[in-house]
Write a protein of this length. Structure first.
Lengths: 372, 198
């Protein structure tokens, strides 16, 4: 993938000590921005992407030629209004859209890092992205926002940098990856590792790609992003371009065909090793553990205003896990609002056209901004 | 803004931290925030009303007073307000205890079941009373634990809850309730407002 031309990159000179113990130097952080930074530099919103997202939040993604992953929420006059706010989003470390990741060349070997890339964490990701504030000369962000793994980064960011954001919006996320979350991620990783083309992570030097394993990983994960009701309503037992069952193992059902399609388009834009690294970072995420089991302590130093949003049909990061964050914040008297949005679109609700969600997000941001 | 909210607002000094339990669409919260510089939080069970509060720029938590008050630390608010919802709880006594744990003081308002129109309705018509403050039919009312001003007075006494101030509202008239006029106020007021502490 020759992507350099469309990708803005910040080379971070400052050494970064990773949680695994290694220190990295002169590493790239790829990012994109939308809207413009005002003179007071008080209108910046740092958006964090989820597992398979990238820095291309909205509009046409120049690499994939598809709509940005948060096009419903971010753009002119949208919930995160780019006429008003300066939106920054970085590709996470470990990713495959220009930031330092396993497909980068290992200077010691001259080939891609593969599984020699250091295991990174959510903490490492936000520490790397923090350099963007210096880059833009922003002292304090107006807001930080993100859903799913993006929400985990939001929580980690405000706990690492308590006075660097005025408002904090974790969406459909958790403060600690559950056994079920880890289980699904492990399923995806094992699917990749079971593909003979994976070659222990060294596929790029052998010029193969573990497409099948990565596609299966995506298919399994995709199910967890939808609700049972949503799936049933959209697909039910409808057959795929056929009158009757074929008594074979082709995609008889529309849901099968849909999942196969989701798997096949995913492998065109995503790197299998990145999938391993990023899911690992999610699994390692346990914010309370970083504070000796007391989640409230993660937020004790901040005076930021929190707004936490969950969705009724999200069973991957259910309302209760979002509420646990609310409870931790209330127990220290923090300024926290919370709403559970009614939606049958599952965990993916935060990416989709869910009007109640988008209006709540817009109202919270715009009202908080005028009170600035 | 309705008279009840005016009276509640007058009971609260400026610059305090206040929790409005069952804050509805946030009318009282907005007034307290804008006019008394109150650091105000709301707890509301209805999703659409939570959205109304967010649209007003208010900090509100979607939740249920019977389950979600326990997350707030002891005495973390100067005042906790509960307007006309006590009668809708499964366990009002427990909610009162929680209000008094979370707040240094609580302001509780109740639709008065001892109000003469309520009594007359039941006496003459023989059906469950419907009034301005109690507009629902028996089969769809959220109110399952109705009480009168007198009931609340006695309840507070029996639980050693201090009543700092109790006010009776009848249309636009606000008057003070005390031991000597309790029976009369209980007859003529359609709403009781109590400032309490434990």
């Amino acid at each position: 993938m020759n992507t350099e031309n469309n990708i803005k990159t910040l080379i971070v000179k400052k050494p970064l000590k990773l949680d695994c113990g290694k220190t990295i130097n002169e590493f790239p952080i790829a990012y994109e921005t939308y809207g413009s930074l005002n003179k007071k530099k008080d209108n910046a919103i740092l958006v964090f992407h989820a597992l398979t997202g990238d820095q291309f939040v909205t509009g046409l993604n120049p690499i994939t030629k598809k709509e940005g992953w948060w096009s419903y929420a971010v753009g002119p006059d949208k919930a995160i209004d780019t006429k008003k706010y300066f939106v920054i989003c970085a590709n996470v470390m470990g990713g495959c859209m220009g930031s330092f990741g396993p497909s980068h060349e290992d200077p010691n070997t001259g080939t891609a890092f593969g599984t020699n890339f250091p295991v990174i964490t959510i903490n490492d990701m936000v520490n790397a992205q923090y350099n963007l504030l210096d880059h833009f000369g922003i002292d304090k962000l107006f807001s930080i926002a993100g859903g799913s793994m993006g929400g985990m980064q939001v929580l980690q960011f405000i706990s690492n940098f308590p006075d660097k954001a005025k408002t904090v919006i974790p969406i459909a996320c958790t403060s600690s990856h559950s056994a079920q979350n880890i289980a699904f991620n492990e399923l995806g990783r094992q699917a990749i590792a079971a593909d003979s083309n994976w070659k222990g992570g060294d596929y790029s030097s052998e010029d193969t790609i573990p497409n099948k394993g990565l596609a299966v990983a995506r298919m399994a994960a995709h199910i967890t992003y939808l609700s049972k009701k949503g799936l049933q309503e959209k697909f039910g037992r409808k057959l795929q371009e056929r009158e009757d069952l074929k008594f074979g193992f082709d995609a008889d059902f529309q849901i099968e065909s849909y999942l196969r399609y989701q798997g096949s388009v995913f492998v065109d834009r995503f790197d299998a090793n990145s999938y391993l690294y990023i899911t690992r970072a999610m699994d390692y995420f346990d914010l309370a553990k970083q504070y000796k089991g007391n989640l409230s302590d993660a937020f004790r130093a901040t005076r930021a205003k929190f707004f936490i949003i969950s969705f009724t049909s999200d069973w991957l990061y259910p309302t209760q896990e979002n509420k646990d964050i609310v409870i931790a914040l209330n127990s220290i008297g923090a300024d926290v609002g919370f709403v559970e949005i009614e939606s049958d679109k599952g965990h993916d609700s935060f990416l989709l056209d869910v009007p109640d969600f988008l209006s709540a997000l817009k109202n919270f941001l715009d009202k908080s901004y005028t009170e600035n | 803004m309705k008279n009840e909210f005016q009276v509640i607002a007058e009971l609260i000094e400026k610059n305090k931290k206040v929790l409005d339990v069952g804050c509805g669409d946030g009318i009282l919260m907005e007034f307290l925030k804008n006019n008394k510089n109150i650091n105000i939080r709301g707890l509301e069970i209805s999703k659409s009303k939570v959205q109304d509060c967010i649209a007003k720029g208010l900090t509100v938590i979607e939740g249920n007073a019977e389950k979600d008050l326990k997350q707030f630390p002891d005495k973390s608010f100067e005042y906790v307000v509960l307007s006309q919802t006590l009668q809708a709880f499964l366990n009002p006594e427990q909610v009162i205890n929680e209000l008094l744990r979370v707040g240094k003081k609580a302001i509780v308002t109740i639709p008065n079941f001892g109000y003469w129109r309520v009594r007359l309705h039941l006496l003459i018509k023989g059906t469950m009373p419907i009034t301005k403050t109690l507009p629902d039919e028996w089969y769809n009312t959220p109110n399952i634990h109705m009480c009168s001003i007198k009931d609340f007075f006695y309840f507070a006494k029996s639980r050693n809850i201090k009543i700092f101030k109790s006010l009776a509202i009848n249309n636009q008239n606000v008057s003070i309730i005390n031991d000597s006029n309790l029976t009369i106020k209980n007859f003529f007021a359609d709403l009781g407002i109590f400032l309490i502490e434990k």
